[in-house]
Structure formats: structure tokens, C-alpha cells
Write a protein that binds this ligand. Sequence first.
Ligand code: FE2
Length: 324
Amino acid sequence: MRSLPPGPPSLLLPGAEGAVPARLLWAVNRFWMETENRKSRRYGGRGRHHWYALLFLMRALEVLLKLTRQYERGVRNAWDLRARDLEIPLRRLPRAFDGFTVLHLSDLHLDGMPGLEQAILERVGARQFDLCALTGDYRTELHGPIGPTMERLRPLVAGVRSRHGVLGVLGNHDDCHMVGPMEAMGIRVLVNEGVRLTRGEDALQVVGTDDVHYYFTDQAVHALEAARSLCTVALVHSPEAYDVAADLGVDLYLCGHTHAGQVCLPGGRPVIKHLSRGRRYYRGTWRHDGMVGVTNAGAGTSGVPVRFNTRGEILVLTLRCPAS
Ligand SMILES: [Fe+2]
């Protein structure tokens, strides 16, 4: 059996765990996983990223599409973004939050489709939202400079009109070093933590985890435990934590990652879902026990900037009390 390399060196003296901020512990572990090219999944699944094998397949797809003259059609499909409005009834939603609107954007992969940020702003227009939620994968590359992606994200964030600001989580394509620049441009990045929004006496909680596709840790589960006490919207990059979130009482689970298949067969059947768990939740609105889930098809593309038999989307969610 192949042995794993040693984990990140401990920064702590025995018994001093509480003395180091949780974010620093997270950053050390995330940086180690990124630099060692290690992924960590629930139930002990650990191994090398298979991204490069996938990249090879996508390059082969690109060649095939160009040979068959389908590439340009796929690119046009990718730019044919759809804006959709959805009403989301939630059992525990406080009355004061009835009608609360969330602009949900996911999987922007801004380095893969230059100009996508402007295309999104054109579709969102001058609409005012109560909250903007970003569920990860701001870039396509897994490694390397983050600057070009951050430069494209900045005008998008500046152009969105949101009363409670912009909350975001990291995806499996994102680098732990993005947190600082993202927060500097006004995004509150939720790294296994939550924020409480209030209207009068009522409160709604938004909890965000680090990516659970490549970088799952128990800190993600601990963050979701906050859902026991209050109506909670969870921001998680992929649907793969759907069951633990439902068990812990999360009311609404917003995610992306799958691109709804991106390249699908006629009828929308995906060739690849890119999920190890929760594969039936690869797109659209779904329910698991009492929890409502929304898997955003994403605005961008990964690998090859094409879509077939699916479209990118921008979602505007309106939260509703059950009886309204
Ligand atoms: Fe992803």
C-alpha cells in the first residue's frame, strides 16, 4: 500500500490549540493540500487530483470539436447565459425575510471566458438584491497566478447591487491565497464560518464551507452544525455534502461545481458529472429530507469554453415563508 507524505508541520505546542486562529489553521492545511496536490474527501478518500487526466480528455474533445466544426457552436452556447428567477419556500424562514432575494452566481472560471464578468452584469442590469452569494470556482487553473482572475472579479463585485453585500466560498479550482484579495474587494469569504443577517427581531444565518470536492475537512461539518439553532442558508461549492447538511438542519443548500454537465448528450444527459457523491443532485432545484438544494449550472466553463445541451445560468432566488 502506498504511504501518504507527512501532513503539514504542527504550529502548535501540545494543549495550545485554542491559541491559534481557526483561519490560520485552515490556511496551513489548505496550502499543504494544494502544494502536495492532495485531495481530501469524506470517509477518508484521499489521493492525487485527477484534474490533469481530465484536462487531457478535454483537450482531445477540443480537437474533435474543431475537426467536426462544432467548436464555434459550442462557444456560442457557452455565451448564451440564461438568467432565471426561482421562488424558494423554506420551512423555518422568519416572516421578516419573506421575499428576500439572493443573486446566486457560481463557477465563473473568469480566466476561461474573458469578458464574462461584463456579460453577467448586462444580464443582471440595475436590479437590486438583498444578498449576492458566490459558490466558488472563480478561475479555471488549479495552480499558478491568481492576479488575472482577481482583476476580472473586481468589476463584477463592484457592479452588483446588494443590500447585505457579497458572500462567497472557495471552490476546488481556487487557491487559499484568493481570500485576502477577495475580501479587499468587498467579498466576505466564508471559510467554514457563518454570518447572521437581521431584520428587526428576526435573523437568517448564512454558513459557508471550504470546498468539499477536493478539500474536505471536519471544519466544514463543524461550520454546518450552526444550522441546528437558526434558519440557515449553506454555501458549499459542490452538492457532495448534501446529506450531512440536511442532517444538521440546513434549510437551503446553494452549490454549483457540476456546470449541469457542461457537455451533455441530446436531452441534457451529462457525460461527466464530476461528483463522487450526491450525483442525482447535479443540477437544478432538489430536496433532501427537509432541505431545499439548488445546484447552479454555473456561468462559466471549465477546460474547454463550450457547452452542449445545457446553458450557463444566473439565478435570482426569492425566499418565501411556507404559507405566503
Ligand atoms: Fe468545481
